[in-house]
Write a protein that binds this ligand. Structure first.
Ligand code: ZN
Length: 84
């Protein structure tokens, strides 16, 4: 499972909303986004990268609870580091 960020567009909104989810594939992420936003147009699908460390470029596979920022998309390595 990876973390995906899917842009969803409502009507003529100037900016998309971003639907974030765990999915097996891009197709799966699109299916989840279209269920969550049934009347919106699905835009770009991106794999979220780890945001635990600014220099980490791994793909996020989970989220890790941060005391200030809440749930942060995190790779396995940083998740282990942060929770051990
Ligand atoms: Zn990481």
């Amino acid at each position: 499972m990876k973390r995906y960020s899917v842009a969803v567009w409502y009507g003529d909104a100037p900016e998309p909303e971003y639907f974030e989810c765990h999915a097996e594939s891009e197709e799966d992420a699109v299916v989840q986004a279209s269920r969550a936003y049934p009347s919106a147009d699905i835009g770009t699908v991106e794999i979220e990268s780890c945001q635990w460390f600014a220099k980490c470029e791994n793909e996020a596979t989970c989220t890790t609870r941060h005391p200030i920022f809440g749930d942060i998309p995190t790779c396995e390595r940083c998740h282990k580091f942060a929770t051990s």
